[in-house]
Design a protein around this ligand. Structure first.
Ligand code: COA
Length: 509
């Protein structure tokens, strides 16, 4: 586990280096602060901060981290979703990864009712990739607007360029602060204006901070410098009457077991099973866990505990899901909904049981009951990916597509429709059958090669790093931080303790 963590931390170091020494030095020479320093100045001293999706884009051709920092931090005692473009990376331009990361950020702000603070300095769309950005990117403006409609304030502190689509970040926000001499906000910069209308315009007259403060009215506050812009952002947060509960620093007794032992609970070999209670015992307050129906459907461990003093219902996998596990899980989720208790799903699941006996026993309809319960549950869900998360097991355990408030992974996480060996084997059998049906002989060597190639491809696409690169989670965490990270996530979710729609679809019995 420590070796896996080293690999992940090496990637985190790359993100901290931004666009590299040359661009960071140039940025500082211009008298500007790096994105992370802006965020550090904005948040309350000593308050915890939870960074989200730092390794978005891993394994893609786009800059690691999506060229922006995203975190939940406290500003004037209110938890906020903060996004900060890193202008040292391709001018802060937005790649397809940046768009996907921002959309997840807006979703987190919306479902948890977190005020949004954008620290803007961006060259807009990463132009060579415009075809992958333009259509999905449109939703970013909509999300900012809908936050405001739902009573969640949105702030844009504009430090530098904010061109074209980027101009709508302040354009759609409730409050805007522009840095004098820094912010440059226009639908089209001077070259585009020249092309479109043949007008010769200079940047300051076209979109400078003073112009927007005195003439267009897009800037609500004009800041002398970056420090004052951050101070103004904090001042705005001070006057807001938020319906969010203030962070209460809730806490509870530490687990009685040593958290360091979490490093040794899962094997790096995903086939080796372990007792999920060993994870629970090192996560919840005082290691106290009231288990529900321990003798029935024993492969799905369900029960109640407290985490940093807050109630939580936990579902954890101890093996494959059979009909009994599915029914027990569905019942447990309903009980937690009845009492408005949030749910933590701890994934180590290879899927539902297959085979004639189980199909005849109705495994599909029992699995559907669990998926129905998960889909329509209205308490906050948190997913913790400690090991495998395969097939419909991922869905039944409130995987990313089931709108959990947050998803965090351990380095030992694996995610796919099924394991590489199984998938390659299935394809191989399909090819064999097709060859038999057409009376062809299969070339054994070519078949073995094809099978190995598929297995290698699937194995490389199911790692925790690959998954976090695709933003299937909100970040990979050190197992020893699990309790802290979940505590911060639960605190952030308190602004919206229950989703508005209650009730279930008809159950197939
Ligand atoms: N798409 C892709 N790459 C971009 C980019 C964009 N929108 N904006 C900047 N970059 C790249 C530059 O090509 C440069 O790459 P290089 O170092 O490999 O040559 C790097 O980012 C830094 O850009 P640079 O112009 O040197 O930085 P700057 O700090 O002096 O200026 C901007 C930053 C954003 C003001 C300026 O690059 C700019 O005006 N970009 C275009 C903005 C625009 O019109 N966007 C339209 C979006 S729809």
């Amino acid at each position: 586990m420590l070796a896996l963590l080293d690999e992940i931390n090496a990637e985190n170091e790359k993100v901290l280096a931004g666009g590299g020494p040359k661009y960071v030095a140039r940025h500082r020479e211009r008298g500007k602060l790096p994105a992370r320093e802006r965020v550090e100045l904005l948040v309350d001293r000593g308050a915890p901060m939870l960074e989200l999706s730092p390794l978005a884009g891993y394994g893609t051709e786009h800059p690691l981290g999506g060229g922006m920092m995203m975190a939940i931090g406290q500003v004037e005692g209110t938890e906020c979703l903060i996004m900060a473009n890193d202008p040292t990376i391709r001018g802060g331009s937005q790649s397809p990864v940046s768009v996907a990361k921002a959309l997840r950020g807006y979703e987190i702000a919306r479902i948890n009712k977190l005020p949004l603070i954008n620290l803007t300095e961006s060259g807009g769309a990463d132009l060579p990739f415009q075809s992958q950005i333009f259509v999905p990117g449109g939703a970013t403006f909509k999300e900012i607007s809908r936050l405001s409609k739902n009573g969640v304030p949105t702030l844009a502190l504009v430090f530098g360029s904010s061109t074209a689509g980027g101009a709508y970040v302040p354009g759609m926000s409730d409050y805007t602060v522009f840095v004098k001499g820094g912010a440059k906000v226009f639908l089209g910069g001077p070259p585009l204006v020249k092309m479109a209308t043949n007008e010769d315009a200079d940047e300051e007259t076209l979109g400078g901070a003073e112009m927007h403060a005195k003439q267009s009215g897009l800037a609500d506050y004009l800041a002398r410098d970056e420090f004052e812009a951050i101070a103004l952002g904090r001042q705005i947060m001070r006057h807001l009457r938020m319906s969010r509960p203030a962070p209460d620093g809730a806490t509870g007794p530490d687990p009685v077991y040593d958290l360091d032992e979490l490093l040794g609970v899962p094997s790096v070999d995903p086939r080796i099973p372990y007792d999920i209670r060993d994870v629970i015992a090192r996560t919840v307050d005082a290691s106290e866990f009231e288990e529900f129906k321990p003798l029935y459907g024993a492969n799905l461990v369900c029960g109640w505990a407290r985490l940093h003093g807050r109630d939580i219902g936990i579902l954890g996998n101890n093996g494959i899901l059979f009909s009994e596990e599915s029914q027990k899980g569905a019942q447990f989720i309903q009980l937690c909904n009845q009492q408005s208790i949030p749910l933590l799903f701890i994934h180590n699941i290879t899927g539902f049981m297959v085979g004639t006996r189980y199909e005849q026993g109705g495994i599909i309809k029992d699995g559907a009951k669990l998926i129905n319960a998960v889909s329509n549950s209205c308490v906050p869900h948190y997913s913790l990916m400690v090991g495998n998360s395969y097939g419909a097991g991922n869905y039944a355990m409130s995987g990313r597509a089931y709108d959990p408030r947050f998803v965090f992974s351990w380095p030992t996480h694996k995610i796919a429709v099924m394991g590489g060996k199984q998938l390659a084997g299935v394809l191989s059998i399909v090819r064999e059958n097709a060859a038999k049906a057409s009376g062809r002989e299969l070339d054994a060597d070519a078949e073995a090669q094809a099978r190995a190639a598929v297995e290698a491809q699937i194995d490389s696409e199911q790692t925790a790093l690959y998954a976090t690169g695709q933003i299937w989670d909100d970040g990979i965490i050190d197992p020893r931080d699990t309790r802290t990270v979940l505590g911060l996530a639960m605190s952030a979710a308190r602004g919206n303790p229950i989703d508005s729609e209650r009730g279930y679809a008809a159950y197939r019995m």
